[in-house]
Design a protein around this ligand. Structure first.
Ligand SMILES: Nc1ncnc2c1ncn2[C@@H]1O[C@H](COP(=O)(O)OP(=O)(O)OP(=O)(O)O)[C@@H](O)[C@H]1O
Ligand SMILES: [Mg+2]
Length: 159
């Protein structure tokens, strides 16, 4: 398990975490986002989208569509909001297994704990802790062999 902790004071700083992470992402990666309502999960995902070449305003909090696909970037982005889901089997119904198996993009899942049974063992967990009006603590935890070098790769980044 490899862990990185970042404190942010603005939306821009939270999005900069995604910008710095983006070069480390590969097709087929699964990134799970946790944190309370308004903690910054969608804000962070917008930062990632822009870095991948996808317009930030395209990324919304899905209400009825629980899995959004944003093609056209360096990597495709699949954005899942599992808030309304209650069990792993629901994830199959929205096609989560299909996009994970396709391995052609990065799969970002908000409220991933709601579908814990459907998550791959190898994943990057991003936890958002709302520590004040504009402050957040963001903890990146790499699970599995894929993410063994997370901390070293993060520190090696020149951005
Ligand atoms: N440092 C910060 N990082 C991220 N967001 C911040 C920060 N400071 C203030 N905010 C505000 O917090 C809110 C985060 O909202 P966002 O929709 O990203 O949360 P969320 O975790 O996706 O919530 P939900 O669970 O409802 O989907 C935004 O209004 C944003 O402007
Ligand atoms: Mg959200």
């Amino acid at each position: 398990m490899s862990v990185v902790v970042i404190e942010t004071k603005t939306v821009a700083e939270t999005q900069a975490v995604a910008v710095r992470l983006a070069p480390l992402l590969r097709p087929g990666d699964c990134v799970t986002l946790s944190g309370d309502l308004g903690a910054g999960k969608t804000t962070w995902t917008r930062g990632l989208a822009v870095t991948l070449g996808i317009p930030a305003q395209a990324v919304t909090s899905p209400t009825f569509t629980l899995l959004h696909e944003y093609p056209g970037g360096r990597l495709s982005l699949y954005h899942v909001d599992a808030y309304r889901l209650t069990r792993g089997a629901d994830a199959d119904e929205i096609g989560l297994a299909d996009v994970l198996n396709a391995g052609d993009g990065v799969v970002v899942i908000e409220w991933a704990s709601h579908i814990a049974g459907a998550l791959p063992a190898e994943r990057l967990e991003v936890a958002f802790d709302d520590t004040g009006d504009d402050t957040r603590t963001i903890t990146l935890t790499g699970l599995g062999e894929r993410w063994t070098n997370l901390q070293a790769d993060w520190n090696a980044c020149s951005c």
